[in-house]
Design a protein around this ligand. Structure first.
Ligand code: SF4
Ligand code: SF4
Length: 434
């Protein structure tokens, strides 16, 4: 076992983390809802294709959506019951996707995979693919694809940073499911044929650091509390000193980064023969009565989750899916949990930065705070002028949408929204060959 301090990354910001609301709240299993809405697009890549019909009886763990391409992921029933609809739904983020709607029969009948035939790397990757596991840190990239790099890697890096304010679900998992995370890490390292395992944990989680100290084959790296430490490129730099060049991926510098939650899913798929049917996330904010960490079936309505947390206060201003820095505000509560959820925040007005933008005063604070060394003020102005060629030239596609630029902007510019819009336009233009 080795414990060392991570390298210093000079850029990034310090944000009030508000983690005390739920840091000591053990994960609670929610009562399964009457109906689950299982989305076919819970990952990066092609949506899964429903493989059940309305009227079918399904068991928990039964596949209801089949991956439809190389970058896609299987989707499973999270309760037993009857398929009552397969329909397009616009969720609380305004995204339209196909859902398999299952009425829970509360029989809790469950199906499992057969025991894995062997523990060869290819069998482990295949099981992870079959189980529909995707990056549960939020990215949603199919894990089996990440575990099949073209080049041999030399290090697996586990992301235990959880740098987003309010969120404590990874922290609780590190305390409550230490052994399962460790087993998942070992299987993942085996799948990648890697011996070197680095575990990056932010310094504000001493109990989590202590929990993993007993594993002699982990190289534990204590990371400075800094936002966005959990971003792949920064984590890689702070744990290994390697720099991922712009436009390149972690495998280009010989590493694979995995989140702690994904490691539990890998362990469950390989050792317990379970596909991914539930997710753990934080419900927090000053406008929810009982902030908690929750384990819920995938597809649980957000209204049921809020009810489980004692409901909201009258002063509720906004519900955000994810953390306050990278999360997205819900336009309504017609929203259902997905594999990648990390939190739902019920916020009062005082927890939200008011968006009354004034003119940019060219103070340079946004550029100083950008961990990607971009010039957000210029990208924003190109985006607003519809000059997407220049927005791209100024590095819009390298933006992490981390929100560090907007956090301290004295003019309250909606920098991330503008850059995100530019990114979507650039992608669209490229798709159309422009
Ligand atoms: S921080 Fe805000 S005001 Fe300052 S340069 Fe950036 S966009 Fe302009
Ligand atoms: S420009 Fe993008 S990467 Fe840079 S601080 Fe803003 S959101 Fe983060």
């Amino acid at each position: 076992m080795s414990i060392r301090k991570g390298k210093n990354y000079p850029y990034g910001i310090h944000v009030k983390d508000n983690k005390q609301l739920t840091a000591d709240a053990p994960i609670e299993k929610i009562t399964a809802p009457e109906t689950v809405y299982v989305c076919m697009s819970q990952h990066i890549g092609a949506p899964a294709i429903p493989c059940v019909n309305v009227g079918d009886k399904v068991k928990k763990g039964q596949m209801v959506g089949e991956a439809s391409g190389a970058i896609s992921a299987n989707v499973f029933a999270s309760v037993s019951g009857e398929v009552i609809a397969i329909e397009d739904i616009v969720n609380g983020l305004g995204q339209k996707a196909k859902y398999v709607v299952i009425k829970n029969d509360f029989a809790d009948e469950e199906v499992f995979f057969d025991d894995i035939c062997d523990f060869e790397p290819s069998s482990l990757v295949e099981r992870i693919r079959l189980a529909g596991i995707v990056g549960l840190g939020g990215a949603g990239f199919p894990t089996a694809v990440k575990l099949s790099p073209k080049n041999q890697l030399d290090a697996l890096i586990i992301n235990g940073a959880e740098c987003e304010p309010y969120l404590t679900c990874d922290y609780r998992l590190m305390l409550e499911r230490t052994e399962d995370i460790y087993k998942g890490i070992k299987y993942t390292a085996r799948a990648l044929k890697i011996n070197k395992i680095i575990f990056g944990i932010e310094a504000n989680k001493p109990l989590a650091i202590k929990a993993f100290e007993r594993f002699s084959d982990l190289d534990i790296v204590i990371l400075k509390k800094q936002y966005p430490m959990g971003s792949e490129k920064h984590l890689i730099y702070c744990t290994t000193g390697r720099k991922v060049p712009l436009g390149k991926m972690p495998f280009d510098v010989g590493v694979c980064v995995q989140n702690v939650k994904t490691m539990i899913a890998c362990y469950e798929a390989i050792e317990l023969n379970k596909p991914l049917t539930s997710t753990v996330f934080t419900v927090s904010g000053m406008a929810v009565n009982e902030p908690k960490n929750i384990l819920a079936p995938i597809g649980t309505p957000v209204v049921d989750i809020v009810k489980h947390c004692g409901g909201t206060l009258e002063e509720l201003e906004k519900v955000v899916a994810g953390g306050p820095m990278m999360g997205k505000a819900l336009i309504n509560l017609n929203h259902y949990t997905r594999k990648t959820d990390s939190g739902f925040l019920c916020l009062k007005a005082e927890e939200i930065s008011p968006l009354n933008p004034t003119n940019c005063i060219n103070c340079g604070t946004c550029a100083k705070n950008c961990p990607m060394r971009l010039m957000p003020m210029y990208i924003e102005s190109f985006a607003l002028a519809g000059d997407f060629a220049n927005a791209e030239k100024y590095g819009a596609m390298n933006c992490l949408e981390c929100g560090s630029c907007a956090y301290n902007c004295p003019a309250k510019r909606a920098l991330v929204q503008s850059i995100s819009m530019a990114k979507n336009k650039i992608k669209e233009m490229k798709k159309n060959g422009k």
